[in-house]
Design a protein around this ligand. Structure first.
Ligand SMILES: CC(=O)SCCNC(=O)CCNC(=O)[C@H](O)C(C)(C)COP(=O)(O)OP(=O)(O)OC[C@H]1O[C@@H](n2cnc3c(N)ncnc32)[C@H](O)[C@@H]1OP(=O)(O)O
Ligand SMILES: O=C([O-])CC(=O)C(=O)O
Length: 378
């Protein structure tokens, strides 16, 4: 007699898996808060470092707290000679997401507190990851192009240093501001797939490097963080704004996914898109190249008219990063540099009130049967 299948929420759609005090997504108003602050207000009033502090401590820092936080981040940016050798040995055509995942695993092995999963040690490790991941991402990117890595500069703030290690120079303030805004918007988003992965790893008692490496693996997929690079490939495939509508019709005919559109939680618009679009438009002005944003506008209009689907954060972030001069394969690793803050906050929260994450599966395979000896199997 077969039992009735229980109510299965495929993809865990609509399931509350735990409580969390880090951020709140409100799809009914298309809004998002970190620690009670609207994300668009944080973008205008705070820096990425301040937001990182907020996510890890629950409060925005005062001037002295920020200074200490920044000093610690600046002091931890350099990679060990051994890790630099590992990065040098990586295949030239390795995807930077695989490179950063491997670098984080290696950092875990050489971490001075490897094996210590106390809250205090996890927090110190998170700071080392925040500081070192950009250096590793930039070194892998430069080496893949035959360029030598650029050493991080402890005299520079976080965002300026990021451009320094990638390009060997710091751009104008408008570019830094747009990048800083993107880092704030990408920092945290409740129980998305990569964060839930990091929490699941943490729930087993494993250390933060394992949780972050697993989070990076989850983020790489095109349905999640990998969409920001896919968006730019898509924009480059479309000849221009005049062809965008017919290009989309071709996608609809094949029932293909249009990258950078749709979201599991937001069904009437991603809270972060207006702010990121504003700064992507500013980048288009600074660079003097409007074609990507013009094509984007047509795609967004037609997707809404024909499919009632809104863009997600990856849609404006893709062209914004392209206009900032980043190579397309670097877009999702930049997301990693930001999301390490949210992932780590969830690692701390999971660790503080842990229960092993272990749901059930409903078996649909062959009923129990005898094992035939090898000689009797056809
Ligand atoms: C930072 C981030 O991770 S944001 C997400 C980035 N990912 C992308 O941009 C990839 C493209 N988007 C998608 O694949 C999806 O929208 C996801 C994975 C983000 C969300 O998936 P779900 O919550 O499972 O959405 P769901 O599949 O229920 O979508 C509802 C309908 O809209 C369609 N749809 C959703 N997104 C898209 C899209 N981008 N292009 C075309 N159709 C889409 C689905 O095919 C589905 O149609 P159906 O009802 O005829 O089957
Ligand atoms: O929340 C999600 O499912 C995906 C997302 O937008 C994010 O992680 O920023």
């Amino acid at each position: 007699m077969s039992e009735a299948t229980p109510d299965i929420k495929k993809g865990l759609v609509g399931v509350y898996a735990d409580v969390s005090a880090i951020s709140k997504v409100m799809p009914e108003t298309n809004s998002l808060t970190y620690g009670g602050y609207a994300v668009q207000d944080l973008c205008e009033e705070a820096s990425f470092e301040e937001v990182a502090y907020l996510l890890w401590h629950g409060e925005l820092p005062n001037a002295a707290q920020l200074k200490a936080f920044q000093a610690e981040e600046r002091a931890n940016r350099a990679l060990s000679p051994a890790l630099l050798r590992v990065i040098r040995e990586m295949p030239r055509d390795a995807h930077p997401m695989d490179a950063v995942r491997t670098a984080v695993s290696f950092m875990g092995m050489e971490d001075p507190e490897a094996g210590d999963v106390s809250d205090a040690a996890q927090r110190r490790k998170a700071m080392r990851l925040l500081a070192k991941i950009p250096t590793a991402v930039a070194a892998a990117n430069r080496l893949s192009k035959g360029l030598e890595p650029v050493a991080p500069d402890p005299a520079l703030p976080y965002c300026e240093n990021f451009f320094q290690v990638v390009f060997g120079r710091v751009p104008q303030p408008e570019v830094i501001k747009a990048f800083d805004v993107s880092m704030i918007l990408y920092a945290e988003h409740t129980f998305n797939a990569s964060t839930f992965t990091a929490r699941t790893v943490t729930s087993t008692g494993a250390d933060i490097h394992g949780a972050i490496a697993a989070g990076i693996a989850a983020l790489k997929g095109p349905l999640h963080g990998g969409a920001n690079e896919a968006v730019m490939h898509m924009l480059k495939e479309i000849p221009g704004p005049n062809e965008a509508a017919s290009w989309l019709e071709g996608k609809f005919d094949h029932k293909a996914l249009v990258m950078g559109f749709g979201h599991r939680v937001y069904k009437s618009g991603d809270s972060r898109v207006p702010t990121m679009t504003k700064y992507a438009e500013k980048m288009a002005e600074v660079v003097g190249d409007r074609r990507w944003m013009e094509t984007s506008r047509v795609l967004a209009r037609v997707m809404l008219e024909k499919k009632k689907i809104h863009p997600n954060l990856d849609f404006p972030a893709g062209p914004a990063y392209y206009l900032m001069g980043f190579d397309i394969p670097l877009f999702t690793p930049i997301f990693v540099c930001s999301r390490i803050t949210g992932w780590a906050a969830h690692v701390f929260e999971q660790g503080a009130d842990n229960r092993l994450i272990r749901p059930l599966s409903w078996y649909t395979g062959v009923e129990q049967r005898p094992v035939k000896p090898l000689s009797e199997r056809g």
